[in-house]
Design a protein around this ligand. Structure first.
Ligand code: PLP
Length: 398
């Protein structure tokens, strides 16, 4: 069959249904849950064979992780994937596999705080050095590369100001210097962009966010070449970071609606960003779809359209902290949550949460002021969200 005959939207619904070795169990419509810690064997001959090709023990391999990995691999255009206990499990296990004492990482300074801590605090303890630079200017990346640089690391869109990493250009820099490019696709998802097509070697997703979408399970994935995945898998077994079958089962279900959900979330974000930019109480909106976004031209080059960039955005309201609680309580739909990517619109306040440990001047230099709220846009109707934010922002006029 011609592989390109059908759309990804339809194909993805039919992935992850039979598992490894054609396990189809009388063809159930949904691949069943395998919580079994162990599979059984009738003879030592079977035990020996099991080590080569069958399921043995839950931490070693599991059918639900395998079907989920198949779908992630399909969506990310990789050769193979592994499913982990969390996004952080995926990141830390991969770094432990790829890096040795004396190696060096060049990392975007705008990254998720705990990823930064893995590099700065954990890898440092084992003799791996990390330099953090601003990836908006690629010269900074080139200047930071050293002979011992093994890895260049970035998110596609940074938290919370959505700065975009030029994945193709970063891949060229990495490969010219014998390093891998590892990209976090959590804020964008493979529905918006496929970093491997742009030259990335390794893609990590926190599946906990948009890809699950239901805020009811935690898992992470790594997609790469078969060779790299075969190196990471035994380390994952040793670190105890493979994903739980229940989470993999829940996510396989969620994945079947991902295309519908994430496309609507991204389109809603573009509409809401435009409406908020026109609001008199909002001084700045960060979303790559906006012409005012400093890297708008790069975004238009990297993504298919303004409506398919990211469901994440940020905006700045007047710095009157006494009104922030009123603002949050006036919102009918959006509510504060310590996560992102769910079906329902949620807010976060980086100065109180993810960036609370940073001095104010450093935060301001990154565009993060006390008036900045980060928004994860849900699947409500865009006009309802616009009406809701418009009425809630009136608190700043009182
Ligand atoms: C961009 C990004 N990467 C990785 C992670 C870690 O994911 P998890 O919470 O699944 O470990 C997060 C969590 O918020 C994130 O926002």
């Amino acid at each position: 069959m011609d592989k390109n005959k059908y759309t990804e939207t339809s194909e993805v619904l039919h992935k992850g249904r039979t598992g490894r070795m054609g396990m189809d169990f009388n063809k159930p419509e949904m691949f069943p849950l395998f919580p079994a810690v162990s599979f059984t064997m009738n003879s030592l001959t079977e035990v020996k064979q099991a080590y080569e090709s069958k399921y043995t023990y839950i931490r070693t391999n599991n059918p639900n992780r395998d079907v989920l990995a198949e779908v992630v691999t399909y969506l990310e255009h990789g050769e193979d994937s592994l499913i982990f206990s969390s996004g952080m499990g995926a990141i830390s296990t991969t770094l432990f596999t790829l890096l040795s004492p004396g190696d060096h990482i060049v990392c975007n300074r705008n990254i998720y705080g705990e990823t930064f801590d893995v590099m700065g605090k954990l890898m440092n303890k084992f003799g791996v050095e990390t330099d953090l630079v601003n990836f908006d200017d690629l010269q900074n990346v080139k200047d930071a590369v050293k002979p011992n640089t093994k890895l260049i690391y970035s998110e596609v869109c940074a938290n919370p100001t959505l700065n975009i990493a030029d994945v193709a250009a970063l891949a060229d820099i990495a490969h010219a210097n014998g390093a891998w490019l590892m990209i976090d696709n959590t804020f964008t998802t493979p529905i918006a962009i496929k970093p491997i097509d742009l030259g990335a070697d390794i893609v990590i997703n926190s599946l906990t966010k948009f890809m699950s979408g239901h805020a009811d399970a935690i898992a992470g994935s790594i997609t790469a070449s078969k060779k790299l995945i075969d190196e990471i898998q035994p380390i994952s077994m040793l670190c105890g970071t493979p994903g739980d079958p229940y989470a993999a089962f829940a996510m396989t279900k969620s994945f079947h609606t991902m295309d519908l959900r994430v496309k609507k979330q991204m389109a809603n974000a573009a509409k809401l960003a435009a409406a908020l930019e026109a609001n008199p109480y909002v001084s700045k909106v960060y979303h790559p779809s906006l012409e005012s976004f400093p890297q708008h031209d790069l975004a238009m080059k990297m993504f298919r359209s303004k409506e398919e960039m990211s469901g994440m955005m940020s905006f700045i309201v007047p710095e009157d902290e006494s009104k922030f609680d009123d603002f949050l309580q006036s919102l009918h739909f959006a509510h504060y949550a310590m996560t992102l990517g769910g079906l329902r619109t949620t807010l976060a306040h980086p100065c109180t949460s993810s960036h609370s440990h940073m001095p104010d001047d450093k935060r301001r230099a990154m565009g993060i002021t006390p008036g900045l709220f980060r928004l994860s846009v849900g699947i409500e109707e865009a006009d309802d969200l616009i009406a809701d934010f418009t009425q809630a922002l009136e608190v700043f006029g009182k």
